[in-house]
Design a protein around this ligand. Sequence first.
Ligand code: COA
Length: 160
Amino acid sequence: MLKDKINIYRATKKDIPFLVKSDQEILDYHRNFDNRYKKGVTVELIYKKFISRDIKKPNTYYYIVEKNEKPIGYFSFNIRKLTPIFILDKIAYLETMYIQKKYRGLGLGKMIFNYMAGILKKKKIKKIELSVNTKNKLGVAVWTSMGFKEVSKKMERNIL
Ligand SMILES: CC(C)(COP(=O)(O)OP(=O)(O)OC[C@H]1O[C@@H](n2cnc3c(N)ncnc32)[C@H](O)[C@@H]1OP(=O)(O)O)[C@@H](O)C(=O)NCCC(=O)NCCS
């Protein structure tokens, strides 16, 4: 079974090329339904710089999902302190979850979400938030199936 050969580990510097490649693919996927993105922009250097900095932050976590010792996906989240107006003092924020196309729909997303929930429980984090593009039908379906509920809407309009 696919799950039996799966290993998850905290990403290090050596995983940055895989993370950059994955983020490029996620961006290309979003370009299919979101016309706010520029076409033909090379993002490799931008992403490399961003991830190299982000991965070192103490409250940021990148995990690689590998199958037969080859990376096939990743997820990243961070722990955010909330202001005292909120009941909870901190929450987790799921930045990205990505599985290579050929391994999707096999239950891996759910499996790694449960893995992440286990990490958060140990840290006594009670809630996780995320943002998803409303045009990302796949993303919305996946998060809904994992129990996420809509709490806000980001809106925009043109001025010029
Ligand atoms: C989001 C993602 C990581 C999910 O991984 P996955 O391994 O395919 O997820 P699973 O197979 O565990 O599916 C989880 C649930 O999502 C739903 N789902 C999965 N694929 C779906 C599809 N193509 N259409 C509708 N619902 C789908 C199902 O309800 C499924 O639960 P079920 O099988 O019990 O019914 C993967 O689709 C992905 O990498 N997408 C591209 C990147 C992206 O858009 N990420 C989200 C925004 S950051």
